[in-house]
Design a protein around this ligand. Sequence first.
Ligand SMILES: *Cc1c(COP(=O)(O)O)cnc(C)c1O
Length: 391
Amino acid sequence: MQTVDYDIETLGVRGGIHRTPFSEHSEPIFLTSSFVFESAAQAAARFSGSESGFVYSRYTNPTVQTFEERLAALEGAECCVATSSGMAAILGCVMGLMRAGEHIVASRSLFGATMQLFNNLLAKFGIETTYVSLTDPEQWAVAVRPETRLFFVETPSNPLMEIGDIRAIAEIAHAAGAKLVVDNCFCTPVLQRPIELGADIVVHSATKYLDGQGRVLGGAVLGRRDVVFDPLTAFLRNAGATLSPFNAWVVLKGLETLKLRMEAQSASALALARWLESHPRVRRVHHPGLESHPQHVLARSQQRAGGAVLSFEVAGGREAAWKVVDETRLISITANLGDTKSTITHPASTTHGRLSAEVREAAGITEGLLRVSVGLESCDDLRNDLARGLG
Ligand SMILES: *Cc1c(COP(=O)(O)O)cnc(C)c1O
């Protein structure tokens, strides 16, 4: 399908379709590990790459390819390589683009597993990471070394919804000869398209909003063909972190409703954030759509809406925060996010529980802080569910 002339709604539903001779209407799932050749000569040609076509599903698979083409169209990227999870996408980026002795500059506010990967695994193989403030581009420039290859950003950050200036950080990365990777999990291409803002690479955890219904794990790396395709394909071919065709199909169907879900969930999150902001037991609310957010103007310049995650600080510390969690009857108590089902978590005792109390407080993860990923339930029901524990 020619993608250039279509809007994002259309691309989400129709992108990447290659109908087979059976003329199916819905996208088929190709549950096959290998593909058959017509002759020894064709087998040789497929293996050498002189003839294009499918060989083995660790390399490529038609259902996975449909997902890749559809997501690439949504992100405005030339190329997409799907991976078995969001973490596999991040690992693939590093394994494909870096070598021992090179250096990463990354935001201090990153997904926990990404930090563990950088600190514990990559460090073993001689790749060092320097952490800097997401909100202060100047620190990124200062952290650059001759061997810096990647800048890594997640915006908005989790759980405080801080915003990194993608345009400014991309400029500093390029001046340093480095590539900027943006983890676009929280916004998805519906709310933010980092490549248009100057990023070189976008990574996704498809597990979150792209599936959107909490069913499967998946991931993706997107960017220019010459930057992404060869390094990532070599990584998957030989390291095996491939997306399964079944999971690709589930996420593909998720993409069809992505725009509707993101807009509805983001609007509900903003309505809840406004209500929480006026609640006497709530000290602070973090959501980029609120005028009180310190980077509201920046958020508006690079995001189409604030997103579906918010966090807020309850007066009365851990006891008061746990009471809000325990009094919910509707909202799920789980650390996952991006689902049509709303979820609530107390970061200080779960996702950020292993940090020392001082580090946590310095990072703004206070004992009263709660994070809510807003789903598709009615906003009134969600408000009542939170109001019960707030008293
Ligand atoms: C969940 C998440 C990941 C990791 O994705 P998995 O699919 O669970 O491996 C990476 N980045 C962010 C921002 C996430 O929320």
